[in-house]
Design a binder for this molecule. Structure first.
Ligand SMILES: NC(=O)c1ccc[n+]([C@@H]2O[C@H](COP(=O)([O-])OP(=O)(O)OC[C@H]3O[C@@H](n4cnc5c(N)ncnc54)[C@H](O)[C@@H]3O)[C@@H](O)[C@H]2O)c1
Length: 241
């Protein structure tokens, strides 16, 4: 029960990785607030004891302000932030429309900024807090046809470095960078693509949302108190070769 009496906020908690992180943290004693634009997903995540949901569009300052205000009104503190929300339309640069580029940056990077803008002052006042954006192997490696996503996911590395430098030691920030993970997005992928992804990993399997949730719990806990301003790759050894 590493998170007894702690309050965690998770964006994108209505699906996939964010949902599993919410459940993992609640199982370890946290009070968890999941934020998403998908109401059905929010209800599903909230079915687990200790998890509460609030509608929030992370692209909008007012919406994030309300999320944080409501969380503080109900629970009085925020110890951890996980930014898992994302959107993208994978294409190379010359096929990317300006609105597609903008939306990807807005959900991933502007969302990360707005969440920290409202939550950091609370963490600083408490004298402790941990911020974990979900990055990706795309933060450090190049894949074809993922221009907007790779720009945004690489930006999250600058985000954790800046927070760690400017607001440490009381606030730590670490990007968690998964490889291929079995979430709804990947479940729609053709079986041969999934087999290739599994084969490419040194551990010969695709990751699970539970793998990511356990790593997120480690980063949010004092077990990782010597880590900040960096990233943690979680890709089954996929990037080694
Ligand atoms: N699944 C993978 O293989 C994989 C690999 C590496 C990194 N990631 C990262 O993990 C995170 C979660 O991925 P996932 O596979 O669980 O995705 P998912 O699509 O299952 O969940 C993403 C959630 O973000 C929410 N969202 C989108 N726009 C939003 C907004 N404006 N405001 C609030 N919420 C919004 C969606 O409604 C959805 O519930 C993402 O940041 C993704 O880039 C995933």
């Amino acid at each position: 029960m590493r998170f007894q009496d702690q309050v965690m906020v998770i964006s994108g908690g209505g699906s996939g990785i964010g949902q599993q992180i919410a459940w993992e943290l609640a199982d370890e004693g946290a009070t968890v607030v999941v934020a998403d634009i998908q109401r059905e997903g929010l209800q599903a995540t909230e079915s687990r004891s200790g998890v509460h949901s609030l509608f929030c569009d992370v692209r909008e300052d007012e919406s994030v302000h309300d999320l944080v205000k409501d969380t503080m009104a109900q629970f009085g503190r925020i110890d951890g932030l996980v930014h898992s929300a994302y959107w993208t339309n994978p294409k190379p640069l010359l096929e990317t429309e300006p609105h597609e580029f903008q939306k990807t940056q807005d959900v991933i990077l502007k969302g990360a900024y707005l969440l920290a803008r409202h939550i950091l002052p609370i963490m600083l006042q408490q004298g402790r807090g941990v911020i974990v954006p979900i990055a990706s192997v795309h933060s450090v490696l190049g894949f074809r046809d993922f221009f907007s996503y790779q720009v945004a996911k690489a930006g999250l590395l600058g985000y954790v470095r800046s927070i760690a430098v400017d607001y440490g030691p009381s606030v730590r920030a670490v990007a968690l960078a998964p490889g291929a993970i079995d979430t709804p997005a990947l479940q729609d992928t053709a079986e041969e693509v999934r087999a290739t992804l599994a084969e490419g990993a040194l551990v010969k399997r695709i990751g699970t949302a539970h793998d990511v949730a356990r790593a997120a719990a480690f980063l949010l806990s004092d077990d990782s108190s010597f880590m900040t301003g960096t990233l943690m790759l979680l890709d089954g050894g996929w990037s080694v070769l």
